[in-house]
Design a protein around this ligand. Structure first.
Ligand SMILES: [Zn+2]
Length: 140
């Protein structure tokens, strides 16, 4: 999903929650927008390439041409159920983490709806445990 959509959604959430949580609503943007940095982390490890422009081309231009086939089953560490569960548990201890988690959860749900509606299937693997098991089986 496009970054500007995540930014706009985070902005709306921040505006709604600002009267209650004040300036810490800024952390909604960290969860809602910046978690897509895991695409860069995945690209850097997978292709041993740190160029941001190559990463952008890979996910936006190349993948669109081949219907995202190269990305089926990839791990995007911040887009996993396990990460969301961890952040949800930590939210009980900090309102700053709660704000980030609200952003992450909204981002995650929007990504799932978008991916499923456009491609009729999920592209990335949304579970770290499932990803580890699948990769272990493929190596044996
Ligand atoms: Zn995303």
């Amino acid at each position: 999903m496009k970054i500007w959509v995540h930014f706009l959604t985070s902005l709306i959430l921040a505006a709604i929650l600002y009267p209650t949580f004040s300036w810490i609503v800024i952390f909604i943007f960290i969860g809602g927008v910046l978690i897509d940095i895991d695409h860069y982390i995945n690209h850097a490890f997978r292709y041993k390439n740190l160029k941001l422009s190559d990463c952008y081309n890979h996910y936006i231009v190349t993948n669109k041409k081949n219907s995202y086939h190269k990305n089926i089953g990839i791990l995007l560490i911040f887009h996993t159920i396990e990460f969301i569960i961890l952040m949800s548990l930590l939210s009980f201890y900090s309102n700053i983490i709660l704000m980030a988690t609200i952003g992450i959860l909204t981002h995650f749900i929007m990504d799932l709806i978008y991916t499923f509606s456009i491609h009729d299937r999920l592209i990335a693997n949304y579970s770290l445990i499932s990803w580890i098991i699948k990769n272990k089986i493929q190596k044996v």
